[in-house]
Design a protein. Sequence first.
Length: 130
Amino acid sequence: MAATGHSFAERFARWELMIENLKDTEGVGHLAADQAILAAQLAEARSLEAKLEDLRAQFRTVTARMRRLAVEGDTSRARIGASLQGKFGFGSETLIRYGVKLRRPPRRRPKQQTPVPAAQQAPPAASVAA
C-alpha cells in the first residue's frame, strides 16, 4: 500500500496496516511503545469517525426539519400578510410596519410600433385578369 492518499480513511488504513504488520514482525521490540501509541491514536480516530457519522445523520435530520419549517413559516407569513392587506388595503402605509411590501401600480410602457422591413412584408396581391 503506497503512502499517497491524504484522506482520513486512507491515512487510518495505513496506520492499521502498520500496526497489524508490526505484530507479526520479530526483532522490532524497540518499537513496541510507538506501536502502542499508534494503536491508541487509531482507536481514538475510529471512535471520532463514528461520532462524526452520528453528527452527520443528526445534521441531515435537523436540516430537513428546518427546510420544512421554513416552508410552513413562509406560508403562515403569506397568509397573515394577505389578511393584513385585506384589512388595511394593498397600498396602505401601515403594511410597512409588518414587513409587507406595498403593491405598486403597474407601469405600462407605451406600445412602440416597429416598422416591418420591406423584405418581410407580403408582396402585393397580383390582380388576376379574367
